[in-house]
Design a protein around this ligand. Sequence first.
Ligand SMILES: [Zn+2]
Length: 421
Amino acid sequence: MAVIIAVLAFGFLFSCALSLANARHMGARAARGLPAGLEGWFDRDRIAAMVEYNRANAGLGCWGGAVSLAAAAVILASGFLPWLARNLSGTATHPGLQGLAALLVPLFLLHLAGLPASLASSFGIEKRFGFSTITPKTWAADQAKGLLVSGLLMGLLFLGFYLFIGWLGRWWWLAAWGLVMTFSVLLVFVAPVWLAPLFNKFKPLADPELGEKILSLARKAEFPLAGVFQMDASRRSTHDNAYFTGLGKTRRIVFYDTMLKSYSHGELLAVLGHEIGHWKLGHIPRMLGTSALASGLALYLAAQVMARPWLYESIGLAKIYANMGLEGPVVGLALLVASMLFSPLGLMLSPLTSWLSRRHEYQADAYSLGLHPEPEDMKTALRKLGGRNLSNLFPHPLYVAFHYSHPPLLARLEAIDKLGA
Ligand SMILES: [Zn+2]
């Protein structure tokens, strides 16, 4: 047990130290004034707000991480897990469902431990900096829907795993991997039409002139446009964004409504060109491939530790495991603890996945410039995005390596200048 808690503590300390180093780096760099290329876009007040906003978020991240770590330690050390296993195995329900409950109950408790930080973000920091427009009712509905959807998805996956463990013994992880991949591909297909509408309303772009320009850009790119939508993001916050999602018939480009009001048509076309670039360059299948490798590795490792008695001894389940083997609630708890044990794996792999993602962003910017050869449009759009979102202009390079799926603003502007020249 001490090993598992130590692993979780390592993950927490590493993440927190990295965010604090990042906040410090930003503060020191911001004090030296504005870099070339951003004069007129960011004034002193905006920079001060950026520093304060990012500092507040770093602090909240550490604080929330500490609460989650404490909750995990209590769950592991209090004897709650063996108690849960004993009680569940005494019920008359199907052992697969007992296993599912053994997984979901502790996960739900961990989720509860994360709520104060989530509340402090939505109603504290985001409100203080004028981003959050969310009402308590929308927040609560989001929570309920989110829990329901993730519980359902996890339930389906878990029951699959459970059957594979019974049928295939130590090779279960291979079938589980196949199931996870099938699920991920299906999710990319259905998420835009089944899941996203649970949380937001999507409608075709309201501006016909912009619609016409978008169509002609899409024709130029030979992009089979399945839809360009605007999403009512302003129900929750004033942050700007646009994204490309879906596969085949469900592929679409979505603009936040917050963005449509404050960006020129040229800027929106530059953003659209970037999103089309993601599609043209096959970035979604590539990211799916990368996550396939990561989930295969995680499942393989989980299967290895789940076959070792020390895993069960470490959380006080030795007796129950000796009696019933890998069955019923033991399966749920074993998966839970294995996922905790390998949680730093995601963190350690993130420099690789973030690097790939940042590469894709540069490629999509370059593609967009070819399609809509107005570098100023792209640059203004990016400066607006960064400024309005109070994005950190001066992130620590190590923090970028671990956490930035998009290149920092200055690096991106520089790359566009190079392409233009
Ligand atoms: Zn992108």
